[in-house]
Design a protein around this ligand. Structure first.
Ligand code: MD3
Ligand code: FE
Length: 206
């Protein structure tokens, strides 16, 4: 058997960290958040090409992308309202998995339908990389790809299922990663299918 590329150090995968009932509760909470901060479609810097993923945020800061670039900002780009607070259950998750880090300031909410993808990228719009990024997946399974800190580093892929949590600390914090595709009809959590991914981030230096 060929060896697969190792995961970068600091990569922690917690399969089905949330059980079905917890996933349903979390999804209800996220629906509430999206009621006040609706999903919108970001655009690529310069070209203005629309993302296939729709996004929103909660927390003091939210990650946005438009023709002017990528940035964190305190308000929703369409409604102009402040982002709603990060729900308690997600703050508890952060404190459980990353007790030494300063609290998260942003929770990016990504929504994928069957056609959505996210190209290989690094998350480096934050002022500090000391804290990990913590990701929660809900709904249909996704094929996730992760490499190393250089774009040319070899990559490996794995599936992220509903309830899975990934902690990206240490070297993994700056690893290239993306979502190749969804695997349709793999979850009954959402009646219409699709996938929600939540990423908790510390943005500013504490
Ligand atoms: C590895 N989201 O929002 S989550 C993103 O499933 C993002 O929506 C993907 O990449 C998604 O930026 C992947 C897993 C993940 C999140 C953040 C990371 C992996 C990461 C940051 C650094 C390295
Ligand atoms: Fe990312």
């Amino acid at each position: 058997m060929a060896k697969s590329t190792p995961f970068p150090s600091g990569f922690q995968f917690l399969a089905e960290h949330f059980d079905r009932v917890q996933q349903e509760n979390l999804l209800d909470i996220i629906r509430d958040v999206l009621g006040s901060a609706p999903l919108y479609r970001p655009e690529m810097p310069r070209t203005g090409k629309p993302f296939s993923v729709r996004m929103s945020n909660c927390g003091a800061l939210g990650w946005v992308s438009d023709k002017d670039g990528y940035r964190y900002q305190p308000t929703h780009p369409v409604t102009g309202n402040p982002w709603p607070p990060i729900p308690e259950i997600l703050l508890s998750l952060w404190q459980e998995l990353s007790p030494d880090a300063a609290l998260p300031e942003a929770c990016l909410i990504n929504f994928y339908n069957e056609d959505a993808r996210m190209g290989l990228h690094q998350d480096r719009d934050e002022e500090t990389f000391d804290a990990p990024v913590i990701s929660v997946s809900l709904g249909d399974t996704a094929v996730f790809r992760i490499g190393g800190v250089e774009r040319k580093s070899p990559t490996r892929s794995m599936k992220l299922q509903s309830g899975d949590v990934v902690v990206l600390g240490g070297e993994a914090r700056l690893a290239f990663h993306g979502i190749d595709r969804l695997v349709p009809n793999t979850s009954t959590l959402m009646r219409q299918g699709g996938r929600v991914n939540l990423t908790l981030r510390r943005v500013t230096k504490p």
